[in-house]
Design a protein around this ligand. Structure first.
Ligand SMILES: Nc1ncnc2c1ncn2[C@@H]1O[C@H](COP(=O)(O)OP(=O)(O)OP(=O)(O)O)[C@@H](O)[C@H]1O
Length: 245
């Protein structure tokens, strides 16, 4: 579903990505791990065409998006749902209106259909009907993330990108968010890319973990492979984490 081929990106003097190769098969979850400033967000921005590489290919569902025009890119972006760090909900809208928003913008669905779709999606995220009338400010961080995912997936995207979905959450809420990512994969069949520096969460949700260090992917495979990695950057990262917990 996603294939990155020999991707390079430099900002001024800073070489951020220096030859990234990555394949994410349809219906699977890939977690991109790496330290602060290793280029995770820059890589994700290339996946939706928000940044143009210096060289390399970004193949989404069979098409290289690098040479695409803005109009073509907009069509490709229709395949994506995105869940950003702050869950970016509209504060002045209720949960129901937040989740219904993409349907009102992009479909001609009747009120009845919208109601059914919103309820079904909130249900999948484990959110009860009573939550529908609340405003984002009245929800916990974890609930806001789940509403964010309900909204990001309401149009049935093929791919969902999560930018640090568990940052700043307590361990129990982190578990909820992990469950939600798994529910989106199993219940909706979406292909997911998750940017994270939370190893526990990565091991919970990933089919594949790609470890980014100094602009390249130094380890890539199932979670067990990462655990046994001999690469110094991966070892230090894992030791720091396991030492800390
Ligand atoms: N638009 C930009 N212009 C110049 N430099 C940039 C730009 N965007 C990112 N960078 C640089 O690219 C490097 C990687 O940034 P990126 O945000 O991808 O890191 P990250 O791995 O997502 O880090 P974190 O975990 O802290 O979010 C950093 O050195 C950053 O300063």
């Amino acid at each position: 579903m996603i294939e990155i081929v020999d991707l390079h990106k430099t900002f001024g003097e800073t070489k951020v990505l220096t030859g990234i190769n990555l394949k994410v098969p349809a219906g699977s979850t890939c977690v991109i791990l790496g330290g602060s400033g290793s280029g995770k967000t820059v890589l994700m921005k290339h996946m939706i065409g928000l940044l143009k590489p210096d060289s390399g290919k970004v193949i989404i569902d069979g098409d290289d998006i690098v040479p695409m025009s803005v109009t073509q890119l907009q069509q490709v972006r229709g395949k994506f749902g995105m869940v950003f760090q702050a869950a970016a909900l509209f504060d002045s809208m209720t949960v129901f209106e937040n989740v219904a928003f993409p349907l009102r913008e992009h479909t001609k669905d009747s009120e009845d259909v919208i109601r059914q779709k919103v309820r079904a999606r909130l249900d999948l995220m484990g959110l009860k009907e009573a939550v529908e009338g609340k405003f984002p400010a009245d929800l916990s961080g974890g609930m806001r993330k789940r509403v964010g995912l309900a909204r990001a997936t309401i149009l049935g995207p093929k791919i969902v990108l999560y930018d640090e979905p568990t940052t700043g959450l307590d361990p129990i809420t982190t578990d909820y968010v992990d469950d939600m990512i798994l529910a989106a994969q199993k219940g909706l069949g979406v292909t997911s890319v998750v940017i994270s520096h939370d190893i526990a969460s990565a091991f919970n949700v990933a089919d594949q973990i790609a470890f980014l260090s100094k602009g390249v992917i130094v380890e890539n495979g199932p979670p067990e492979q990462l655990r046994e990695s001999k690469h110094p950057a991966v070892k230090v990262f894992l030791e720091t984490w396991f030492g800390k917990n």
